[in-house]
Design a protein around this ligand. Structure first.
Ligand code: PAF
Length: 278
């Protein structure tokens, strides 16, 4: 695997590969890799001649400085995992390589930015689009792969691609789960053993809602789901919503593509998860 830390070097390297007609698949990450990330790499490998992965803990998407500070950065282990997964190129820049001082970014993303995650993490999606735009611009991948776990993030990135006419295809890959149902996430390492047990209420409730969707009213499902999560020890619900998967507006009984989305604090760790229904 070739590792690059500067924009100039990776751009030169990729330009040569493009001239040879090779296709590239891209997986953007903030490191602390797990099997979920590796499943994106595997999909990218199936679809492309070469796979590029980026590891960059992007400061502009954190609204809590403490969260940014404690974000795990096991770069040696991550590099080894990428090697083993057959990733071809790693881009691992410093913050100073990605951002000039006092850089300003604002993209008119519309209401999608302010719903759900946007309510609890104001400014988060401006930071995400800022860095993903830069990465797309530097790496110019043919296809970029994102995990369904960050469902709203994919919708926001798709909106940016549409608004700015970016020449990249987006692919959403399914959530990978631990055997007991917990969605894989870099943040799971912050869960204590007790948190880990309590966290299972999220996937259990999502599955229960999916299984009972056809025979229940949406308001009832939402209320029961919220109650189940809120009564779990150590868990504090931020939202549990059944929405239209294309608009993120509240779903109704005739919505074709429903997504149940949840965010909660488990101990000190904020977790999100979702399930597609129908
Ligand atoms: O999903 C993530 O890990 C990040 O939001 C991303 C897409 C790598 C941008 O920093």
């Amino acid at each position: 695997m070739r590792v690059f830390t500067t924009t100039r070097e990776i751009q030169q390297y990729l330009a040569d590969l493009r001239n040879k007609g090779l296709s590239t698949g891209f997986v953007a990450t903030m490191g602390a890799l797990h099997q979920g990330h590796l499943s994106l790499i595997q999909q990218a490998k199936k679809d492309n001649d070469l796979v590029i992965c980026s590891i960059f803990v992007n400061p502009t998407q954190f609204n809590d400085p403490a969260d940014l500070e404690k974000y795990p950065r096991p770069i040696a282990h991550d590099t080894q995992m990428l090697e083993q997964a057959g990733c071809d190129i790693l881009f691992n820049p410093e913050v100073s390589e990605m951002y000039a001082d006092n850089e300003h970014w604002h993209l008119a993303l519309g209401e999608i930015e302010h719903l759900l995650e946007g309510t609890f993490r104001p400014g988060h999606y401006q930071g995400v689009t800022q860095v993903v735009y830069k990465l797309f611009n530097i790496l110019k991948p043919d296809t970029a792969y994102f995990g369904q776990k960050d469902y709203q993030q994919i919708m926001v990135i798709a909106k940016m691609v549409e608004l700015l006419n970016l020449p990249v295809k987006l692919v959403m890959c399914p959530i990978l789960r631990e055997e007991d149902g917990l969605a894989m996430s870099s943040r799971n390492i912050h869960l204590t053993a007790e948190d880990r047990l309590h966290s299972l209420i999220l996937s259990k409730t999502l599955n229960w809602v999916k299984d009972n969707f056809d025979s229940n009213n949406i308001a009832v499902l939402q209320a029961k789901a919220a109650e189940a999560i809120n009564t779990e020890d150590g868990v504090s619900l931020e939202y549990f919503e059944l929405v239209d998967g294309d608009t993120l507006h509240p779903a109704n009984q005739s919505t074709k593509k429903v997504v149940a989305l949840v965010a909660a604090r488990v101990g000190k760790t904020r977790l999100i998860d979702n399930v597609l229904i129908g």
